[in-house]
Design a protein around this ligand. Sequence first.
Ligand code: HEC
Ligand code: HEC
Ligand code: HEC
Ligand code: HEC
Ligand code: HEC
Length: 216
Amino acid sequence: MTAIFPSWATRAARIALACGVTALVMTPLLAMIWVRTPLARGEKLSITQPVPFDHRVHVNGLQIDCRYCHAGAERSAWAGLPATSKCVSCHTQAWISSSVFEPVRQSLATGKPIPWRRVNELPDFVYFNHSIHVNKGVGCETCHGRIDQMSQVHQAASLTMGWCVSCHVNPGPNLRPLTAITTMGWTPTKSDLDQMKTLTADFKIKRLTNCSTCHR
Ligand code: HEC
Ligand code: HEC
Ligand code: HEC
Ligand code: HEC
Ligand code: HEC
């Protein structure tokens, strides 16, 4: 009786099976590893903006407070971006005649905002609120890093669920006095630390790990 399959077929079938199983296991595994890398999460990725706005010049050099341009951070869920009129209070008509200011001129002419590209962005199913954090002593620096040293803003934290929860289980050590909310490069003094102890007690920080806190 002649064999239906030649002798090499079994070997080929085994190899194919092995490859199939490896692919089945490795593909989701690699995908799971990949989504957790800083690159896939958009961390440290530099994003080119329509106008080369430099926080180093405006925050460090000119000492403008974050809230002058991101006023919503203290009052609402959104920190918000400044209206173009804020820029032209300093950047007068003569100044913005140069080519880098073309999108600023466009915005003034059309009344449409400058099309800034988003840097930090959570999925829609996550609820986040700036004012709650800012008014309870979480500084901008804690979540956004040294903005004063960035020529282009990049995402400084992973913004994963694990990142949010790791602070929510015990926010105390991550808090600072409200007077230092927008300070960059903050280092606590002894009196700050004493003040923090009473502040932390005042905050009545609950365990903020209920799913419904962030998924409502
Ligand atoms: C003079 C106005 C101005 C000041 C002052 C300022 N910013 Fe900004 N900020 C902007 C503009 C314009 C953008 C959008 C362009 C960009 O990303 O650089 C921006 C972008 C950002 C972003 C990224 C937004 C996103 O899409 O995720 C963060 C975070 C931020 N600023 C934090 C800060 C912090 C913290 C301070 C204070 C230390 C500060 N800014 C001070 C004007 C300002
Ligand atoms: C409080 C005043 C002030 C405000 C408000 C302000 N700027 Fe500036 N900006 C300056 C000064 C001063 C410089 C530094 C000029 C230098 O050192 O050459 C500068 C520099 C710049 C530069 C680089 C200039 C160049 O010619 O390359 C850009 C771009 C710029 N600003 C954009 C903006 C935008 C966009 C806004 C609004 C979101 C804004 N600025 C708000 C004062 C301001
Ligand atoms: C607890 C962490 C946290 C703190 C504290 C925080 N931010 Fe944010 N910020 C975020 C997250 C997360 C986003 C993205 C929000 C989204 O996509 O819904 C964001 C977005 C932004 C944006 C983009 C525009 C917007 O409103 O979404 C700006 C500008 C900004 N933050 C500035 C600030 C400034 C200025 C401060 C301090 C006064 C601050 N943030 C404090 C986490 C934080
Ligand atoms: C560095 C610390 C820290 C990080 C990081 C942080 N939070 Fe918070 N969060 C707090 C503190 C402190 C409070 C205020 C607690 C209180 O009111 O007692 C708070 C409160 C909240 C509240 C309001 C809870 C309520 O119902 O009163 C929401 C929603 C929230 N955080 C969402 C988030 C999300 C989403 C992230 C991640 C993108 C995040 N937080 C990251 C410290 C943090
Ligand atoms: C402090 C805020 C916070 C709390 C509390 C929280 N989540 Fe999340 N969750 C997030 C954020 C932020 C993301 C988006 C993460 C991302 O983009 O990778 C997320 C994503 C998710 C996702 C989408 C899958 C994923 O991992 O990206 C699921 C499912 C989820 N959360 C379920 C839960 C459940 C169940 C609980 C309660 C045990 C919970 N979350 C509590 C902030 C929170």
